[in-house]
Design a protein around this ligand. Structure first.
Ligand code: ATP
Ligand code: TYD
Length: 236
């Protein structure tokens, strides 16, 4: 497995074929990027922390009835998953206004959003992931209206489950991004759930405990990632 060429090399993970046709090998690299790849670095162990948190959260979701691509961990940065035909839609759930919501709309950072707001983006780096809506998703043949509804309900259930976990470690779950894909006739949760894809704020100070530390040079990125991994998924 180790020396073969990846079948896909993304900005943070590499995907390898496995001997088992119903498994893929996902390697979480130490690369970190922001602003569509305009800012990039390699931070030692970053991939390990994200893999650890993702695996922990996929297991937790599975125990609570949310099916995902996760099969098992091969080593500390290598995850075995079900191969999905990815749906190019990012499903973002927001509990508190931040990021692009604040940049694009007249709402102050930190405003609570109750009920949570779901935003759908078309995943296409060249087009800078524009926002998409249900009708466009149906028109492009990505999902049926019923599938979109089911995915949104799953995203809200995941939100409730993740909020509980994140709350328990003294953080607020501000927002997060999910990706889904097809496996046979099922739609499963895929990709990762990590400090790269969630926005987490300290409950007291509102200090960022996620990739915003890297995006906006708010402190030591690896200390932050290590701290969240430790609080959430236990000792190294
Ligand atoms: P971005 O950083 O914008 O999400 P990327 O493609 O650079 O894009 P990576 O995380 O580096 O992101 O790459 C992982 C890729 O693997 C993504 O394109 C993701 O959609 C895809 N992927 C995730 N889970 C699966 C799966 N189970 N089967 C097939 N592809 C998957
Ligand atoms: P958002 O506020 O839309 O974008 P930005 O990161 O540019 O401020 O992001 C909402 C959440 O979704 C945030 O937790 C980061 C995550 N996300 C990703 O993981 N990948 C993406 O491509 C995007 C757009 C967001």
């Amino acid at each position: 497995m180790t020396e073969q060429e990846p079948i896909y090399r993304g900005k943070a993970k590499s995907i390898f074929r496995s001997e088992n046709p119903d498994e893929l090998i996902v390697k979480f690299r130490d690369d970190i990027t922001a602003f569509d790849g305009a800012k990039k670095d390699e931070l030692s162990s970053k991939g390990v922390y994200n893999a650890k948190v993702s695996a922990y959260l996929f297991r937790y979701l599975e125990e609570n009835g949310v099916r995902s691509h996760f099969v098992r961990m091969e080593d500390e940065r290598t995850m075995i998953v079900r191969p999905l035909e990815m749906i190019p839609v990012e499903v973002i759930v927001r509990n508190i206004a931040a990021g692009s919501l604040v940049r694009n709309y007249p709402i102050e950072e930190g405003t609570p959003l109750d009920p949570p707001v779901i935003v759908l983006d078309y995943k296409d780096d060249e087009r800078h992931d524009p926002m998409i809506n249900d009708e466009i998703i149906v028109a492009l043949g990505f999902m049926t209206a019923e599938e979109i509804e089911a995915v949104k309900q799953t995203a809200l259930k995941i939100n409730d489950l993740l909020k509980g976990k994140v709350d328990a470690i003294g953080l607020d779950l501000v927002d997060f991004k999910l990706e889904f894909g097809r496996h046979g006739d099922e739609i499963l949760l895929g990709d990762e759930i990590s400090m790269d894809s969630m926005r987490l704020w300290d409950k007291q100070t509102h200090a960022s405990m996620d990739k915003d530390v890297y995006r906006f040079d708010k402190g030591d990125v690896m200390t932050t990632y290590a701290e969240v991994a430790k609080r959430l998924a236990g000792e190294e």
